[in-house]
Design a protein around this ligand. Sequence first.
Ligand code: ADP
Ligand code: MG
Length: 692
Amino acid sequence: MDLSSVAVTKLKGVGPKLADKLKRLKITSLQDVLFHLPSRYQDRTRIVGIGDLVPGLEVMTTGVVVSCEVLFRRRRSLLCVIADRESNQLSLRFFHFNQQQQQRLRVGTRVRCFGEVRRGPQQLEMVHPEFQTVSSASDSSDAPENALTPVYPVTEGLHQLSMRKITQAALEYLKSFDVEELLPESVNQGVSLKQALMTVHRPGADVDIDALLQGNHAAVQRLVLEELVAHRLSVQQIRNAIKQQGAPLINIEGDLCQQLVSALPFELTNAQLRVIEELKSDLEGGMPMLRLVQGDVGSGKTLVAAAAAAMVVDAGYQVAVMAPTEILAEQHLVSFSGWFEPLGLKIGWLKGKLGAKQKRDALESIALGHTKIAVGTHALFQQDVSFNKLGLTIVDEQHRFGVHQRLSLREKGVELDVVPHQLTMTATPIPRTLAMTSYADLDYSVIDELPPGRQAITTVAIPNARRIEVIERVAEAIKQGKQVYWVCTLIEESEALQANAAEDTLIELQECLPDARVSLVHGRMHATDKERAMMQFKNHESDLLVATTVIEVGVDVPNASLIIIENAERLGLSQLHQLRGRVGRGSVQSSCVLLFEPGLSQRARDRISTLRETNDGFLIAERDLELRGAGEVLGTRQTGSAQFRIADLMRDKKLLPAVKTITDDITANHPDRVMPLIMRWLGEESPEYGNV
Ligand code: ADP
Ligand code: MG
């Protein structure tokens, strides 16, 4: 029975409406449901005493209500405090609540609640926990569940509970049918695929919970192995298909690149020169270039890309430069215009929201080949864009784009029977071993040197109790005409809470700094409002930018020389490094203040001291890998990239040699299994849809 040909609507309770929603998750067949794996688990099997709670854990606990009151601070909220027999306390905080909930939390009531523990202003707290009242500490009528609860990736309008029902129905179906084993028989020892799926979707009461949560359970490892094999196969297919095609022949005869470099007010670094040479030999090589350039924040990647663009334009081809956000794209527009316009080249500009006429003109100029270099956002690879003679695509911060999107830009050159060269750039330092796997379709260059004269960013860690001093420091910097970032962070999945935190901070800072011009950026704002706030800050129409981690990537405001990062203890090293990289981009001495809550874990302390000791992104990435064990956050997969359903490259590194052997075996001995494996795990992301 081929489960990939059974439609989801065959499942009990799945009608056309639900099927539509599932489609958004790329689920159309029964097989898709079975391979829609839990992203994590919640553990409601054990009750953790209030005294044993640790921030970051998502757990069930119990206690008796000792106070419950409505607060009217910045926002109306309900604050309920529960305590255990030893008087350990936990706050339960609700921003949305009704009278009935308030009444259920009367003083003296015993409650059992489930939620994420975090540090609150006074003590540990849970925000919006699930809770129920119970009659005694040992109430067994309402015992916690006897198995882990799966948590699935969902989409708007599709709830966890329905997802659980759907997967349950699919598992029932699986009882009477088999799912096809595609790995070579020699590998399928131990757990069968069917058993692995059953266990991962519905871990029984007897399952080794810790092994499952940490991902080293045999069932998990069975699926991980297959997923990694599927990815490798897919990447090989893409690469082979592309490398077999023709590439634009770049005979570099003109001297545009030379002119560009000579006009610069500074010398290129040796690392930049080396990478430019690597790009040059790719371009001249006759096969499509597929290269990832990795360089720490501020290492000057844009210029290296511009040099490649110059060579390609010289050879009579067009270049597309794409960035994931409008802010970044606009930044490139400014840089490229600054470099190329003096040399007589006008840069084309394409973004989602252009006026009709502007857009028509831009498209026409690209189609006729008048625009040699076009800069833009995703808009560049929409259907209506057709290039006259595209020779090179440059994609910045590529991890923000899906494989699929990368491919669709490659297609743009296909009219010419050649595949454009492709250069991707990322600032996220990826340790080499991992880069080999997750970007195995790409060759790899590193700019491992910063331009001279860059002042190292001074990093200090200050407890939140001394927040006032930090605000004074902000005031001082603004008085000196400098600009400041204030980054609010929360680990909640909810963007709403993140946004709330940023809004609260904005109000607080406005009160403390009445003379400062302040802007706000968070993920919940409209794209246009976000852009406006960012542009204000970029143009120095505001002094202080309060933001969530949305500003993590690539924003370049050289006049900003101070960044405050709240709750720094909650962020990973690489993320902190990226955030810190927003400053130190000019010649002024810049500083980064890490605000933290007291009671740091050893890991958090290690992270903060690593950041204080070094500004080297590569060193930091290696440290990050060492420090980041599995299960830093209970049951949450710490994937470096979101592209895997169950694999975690860091955790599952040890499988990589086996993945290579199995992949080679399948390619050589079972070529008919290649596509089914790819389709099973990558679905529409697979190269078949990329038309390469
Ligand atoms: P990133 O690698 O983070 O994208 P950018 O390309 O934005 O870095 O470069 C950061 C800044 O450094 C830019 O203002 C750029 O003009 C400048 N820059 C690039 N290369 C050099 C160099 N060799 N010497 C001095 N400044 C440079
Ligand atoms: Mg950049």
